[in-house]
Design a protein around this ligand. Sequence first.
Ligand SMILES: NC(=O)c1ccc[n+]([C@@H]2O[C@H](COP(=O)([O-])OP(=O)(O)OC[C@H]3O[C@@H](n4cnc5c(N)ncnc54)[C@H](OP(=O)(O)O)[C@@H]3O)[C@@H](O)[C@H]2O)c1
Length: 240
Amino acid sequence: MEKRKILITGASKGLGLAIAQKLSDEFTLILHASKKENFKTVIPGSHILCADFSDNEQLDNFCKQLKKEHSDSLYAVINNAGVTFDKSLIYQPEREIDAMLNVNLKAPIMICKTALKIFNLNKRGIIINISSCVGETGNAFQSVYAATKAGLVALSKSLAQEVSALNQEHHIRVLSVSPGFIETDMTAAIPQSEKEKYLKMIPANRFGKAEDIAEAIAFLLSEKASYINGTNIHINGGLI
Ligand SMILES: NC(=O)c1ccc[n+]([C@@H]2O[C@H](COP(=O)([O-])OP(=O)(O)OC[C@H]3O[C@@H](n4cnc5c(N)ncnc54)[C@H](OP(=O)(O)O)[C@@H]3O)[C@@H](O)[C@H]2O)c1
């Protein structure tokens, strides 16, 4: 039997790569990054679809290509690509604000729109939007980033309700996952003194690994998680 397809955005490294590696036996992967050369690890049999999501035209072409080439057996979408520029809003250039809004929020919205059209034809599908703990708690010097991540939680809950309102017969789930502090390139630049402060706030006494998120995503995609819908799942070692 042909394997089901899954799109993972931001799969060149970090969480996206770990999710791809975890799911590669079970699914045919459609992997995204901003540029092809950013893939340092090749997963055999996977499809590559690149687009810089801060560019509206590239995002539009990406969605068109997804629909044209992968409508047949698209089973799930993991909207994982994300970017942060940490600084006070007072000093944040508009281009950084636009980049965070476009990559973290507009791109997932447009990809959800495309995926839901495909899922409506297939009568099933799952979308997982990767939010962040700061979408709920807020975080100084990450105000725009946190706002985009809060937006993903509201987007996921609203779409889960909307999908059901449109057709109760379909098996389509939409949810979000909020990682805490996970060791990837995104957190590597945080000064050591700041990291020590965060560590004291994590009851699990360690930072998360990309694999911690990948394991949870694999479960959320499975039939065992078929009743988990329209909600936000925190994976943060108990971070307060
Ligand atoms: N690490 C954490 O502690 C943490 C905590 C909470 C939430 N998150 C969220 O988890 C997701 C993955 O984070 P990560 O830690 O794995 O980050 P990462 O290692 O920095 O990886 C980010 C991914 O997003 C892609 N991306 C960045 N800018 C892009 C753009 N303009 N257009 C298209 N793709 C772009 C990157 O592709 P390129 O290689 O092509 O740039 C890369 O694949 C993000 O949404 C992040 O906000 C992370």
